[in-house]
Design a protein around this ligand. Structure first.
Ligand code: MOS
Length: 735
């Protein structure tokens, strides 16, 4: 077998294999599926944020044209709860009782013959509430706080003493807003029961988990649930959990004994499928006058809903970002009457890195040291939590090559010193980390008699390129041309996969594909060994590799035969092998798994009179380990950068502090970065294949976003001399 080391760091920038299907409208997204006889669901949502329902008024809706049924907590069948996953407990079960925990909570589900009838009838449902005062302020002392909910708090050394004795100290508080994931595709669910068998088309980033959840909720075996999602329509994390509306749709379909389809409206997307939680972060930094960090204290408080857990350890990256002997990283979450938050692209790291990299920038000005030089002085080549070497960390190359691409050396260090007419020009930078993550995955690889192959797994392609990169990887592993290999996904009946999330799918699934293909090649070698007519008869499969659609002796392509010939002589239509992967164990490796690194360099232009901020240039130098496809990986970094620009300057889910209602829950009111906000984005990949994983990849889904917001904030400071510690940075902060 060829080794990882022998492969190119950066794979061919093949265009998406699913691209033509998408641009011609042939790719079915969850909302595109329909079955004969289906009814349509519509949600009724709470108009108060806290309290209880005294009475539901459903009579008018029940009498409305086309209505089949109206489910409320008074008549909904009892169901079970889903599993606890790596992202926490399942979101609260819908229609379980009369309790209201947030504005926009689903309080009824109307089923009717047409979507219009369901929507019209849903407007006729009323509720009498006994409203309570909602808790909406993150720092409200009455809010219950969860301390170290993820068990990731980190302490080393004596931070308090080191801060006390440090030559220079800096303390600052940073706040980040609620952001809403807002994938383009509206989330949709179509639930079809046949007896006790459930088939669901659902917007999900993780079909295997949806299957497990529905099996637990409805008390049926996993083998009786099938979840289909060949195309997702985007997610940014919103599809990582099984939301109440999914359970409601399946519950309703079972109740009315016919298929039911639900498509969320855009405003419902703001309360139904998660959001990036807001937070406050307190940074204390101690350093020598030469810029050596001696103490880092990073504490955070982020918002959480009343009945859920959400993964947001903001300070966790600070524990290993820099060589610093005294570190305290502590996270808390406060329970509020808000909709359930969830991972949104680069969860925790997006927020935590903003605070840390802003604080380091502030320190650099205090010390009069170049911001990039300050990072270089505190670089750590080993994991400072345990002293182990990293499986791959090319952050120094990110700094060097990114800085060169950007022209960092041309920067005048003085704030407010660079100008182009009325535009104040600022240069800012930040380091970026996204920690290693992977889940167990399985894949199945098959070579057919005609020389084609297909490989499959119950994974998803959320727009990131899974179809394409896994087809490329399979083709490489089987030594077949790309156009002979198909990768199938998006069906929970396929071998189990982890989530398309946490930047972990390419690694976890890639390693499973690698294993499946390797086993398949061995199976071919095994057939040949036992075959008197084969040139490989009697040959140990360990001495065989593949090349050019054939299995042959290692290093001797002439001594072997093709997959097709082996299948033909054995009268087999195809040969299949299953492979799996589990996350590598750092102890066994003797290395810390590195995850992705990056350095972000930004030029902003700020209108001196109006405070208008324009991002003029972004250079992202990324260590993503081995890059399977230059084009789709670059697109990931570009997409993440666009998200980072939105986080820095635009995105803010505004909750009315009296009612708990989201005040800007539409695409007209919730601002995201659009073409006019996004300049030319320069992306450069550096580094080496990761030594900790079989395929050498690190995952690039999130590293593109991390570091963009602080680099922008730091550039804004350099341009204007104004330090903004609150995201998003709006022009009122600069006037
Ligand atoms: Mo991503 S927030 O892990 O889909």
């Amino acid at each position: 077998m060829s080794t990882v080391e022998s492969r190119p760091l950066i794979g061919a920038g093949v265009s998406r294999v699913d691209g033509p299907r998408k641009v011609t409208g042939a790719a079915p997204y969850p909302m595109d599926f329909s079955v004969p006889g289906q009814a349509y669901g519509a949600l009724v949502q709470s108009t108060v944020a806290a309290g209880r329902i005294v009475r539901m008024h459903t009579e008018a809706a029940e009498r409305a044209p086309g209505v089949v049924t109206v489910l409320t907590h008074e008549n909904a069948p009892e169901v079970g709860t889903g599993p606890t996953t790596v992202l926490g407990a399942s979101p609260p079960t819908p229609l379980r009782n009369d309790r209201i925990i947030h504005h926009g909570q689903h309080i009824a589900f109307v089923v009717a013959e047409t979507p219009e009838q369901a929507t019209a009838a849903a407007r006729l449902v009323r509720a009498d509430y006994e409203a309570a005062e909602p808790l909406l302020d993150l720092q409200d002392p009455r809010a219950e706080q969860l301390i170290d909910p993820w068990g990731m708090d980190h302490t080393r050394g004596d931070t308090a003493a080191a801060l006390e004795s440090a030559e220079v100290t800096l303390r600052a508080t940073y706040t980040t807003a609620d952001n809403t994931n807002n994938p383009l595709g509206l989330f949709a669910t179509l639930a079809v029961w046949e007896g006790d068998t459930l088939t669901v088309h659902d917007t999900s980033q993780w079909p295997s988990m949806v299957r497990t959840t529905l099996s637990m909720v409805f008390g049926i075996p996993e083998s009786s649930v099938r979840v289909l999602v060949p195309y997702v329509g985007g997610g940014f994390g919103a599809g990582l959990r099984v939301w109440p509306h999914v359970i409601l749709t399946a519950m309703a379909a079972r109740t009315v004994n016919r298929p039911v389809k639900l498509v969320l409206t855009r405003p419902q997307m703001f309360t139904s499928v998660g959001h990036r939680p807001s937070g406050v972060q307190w940074l204390s930094v101690g350093a020598t006058r030469e810029g050596e960090l001696v103490a880092l204290e990073h504490r955070s408080l982020s918002s959480l809903s009343m009945e859920d857990h959400d993964f947001e350890p903001f300070s966790s990256g600070t524990a290993f970002a820099y060589r610093c002997p005294n570190v305290t990283a502590r996270d808390r979450q406060a329970r509020l009457n808000i909709a359930v938050p969830t991972s949104m692209r680069a969860p925790a790291e997006a927020q935590g890195n903003f605070a840390l990299e802003s604080a380091l920038d502030e320190l650099s000005y205090t010390l009069g040291i170049d911001p990039l030089e300050l990072r270089l002085r505190n670089h750590t080549a080993v994991d400072p939590r345990n002293g182990l070497p990293w499986s791959g960390k090319a952050l120094l190359a990110c700094y060097e090559i990114g800085g060169r691409h950007f022209g960092w050396a041309d920067r005048n260090p003085e704030p407010r010193s660079m100008r182009d007419g009325n535009w104040l020009i600022g240069y800012g930078m930040a380091s970026a980390i996204f920690p290693y993550f992977a889940q167990p995955c399985m894949a199945e690889a098959t070579v057919n008699r005609d020389g084609s192959a297909f490989v499959r797994s119950a994974a998803t392609d959320i727009g990131t390129g899974t179809y394409t990169v896994m087809a490329q990887l399979s083709a490489e592993e089987l030594a077949l041309p790309l156009d002979k290999v198909r990768f199938d996904l998006g069906d929970s009946d396929m071998p189990d996969s982890g989530m398309a999330g946490g930047s972990g799918l390419t690694g976890g699934l890639g390693n499973a594909v690698h294993d499946a293909c390797r086993r398949l090649v061995r199976s071919f070698a095994g057939l040949a060994r036992e075959d008197a007519d084969s040139p490989l008869r009697g040959v140990d499969p360990d001495d065989v590799e593949c090349g050019d659609g054939r299995v042959h002796l290692v290093g001797r392509p002439e001594c072997g035969e093709s997959y097709v010939d082996i299948l033909a002589r054995h009268g087999l239509p195809q040969l299949t092998a299953t492979g799996s992967s589990t996350p590598p164990d750092p102890e066994e490796l003797g290395m810390s798994l590195a995850g992705a690194y990056g350095a972000k360099f930004v030029e902003v232009r700020v209108d001196a009179d109006l405070g208008l901020v324009r991002v003029a240039r972004v250079v992202s130098a990324i260590d993503g380990g081995r890059i399977l496809n230059e084009k789709t990986a670059r697109s990931q970094i570009i997409g993440g950068t666009v998200g980072g620009i939105g986080m820095a300057l635009l995105e803010d889910t505004v909750t009315d502090p009296r009612t708990g209602r989201i005040a800007n829950g539409t695409f007209a009111d919730y601002l995201v970065a659009v073409n006019a906000d996004v300049p030319e984005l320069d992306v450069v990949f550096v580094g080496e294949p990761d030594r900790g994983t079989a395929t050498g990849t690190k995952g690039v889904g999130e590293i593109g976003l991390v570091g963009v917001a602080p680099a922008i904030a730091n550039a804004v400071y350099h341009a204007t001399g104004k330090r903004v510690r609150e995201l998003p940075i709006t022009l009122d902060a600069l006037l």
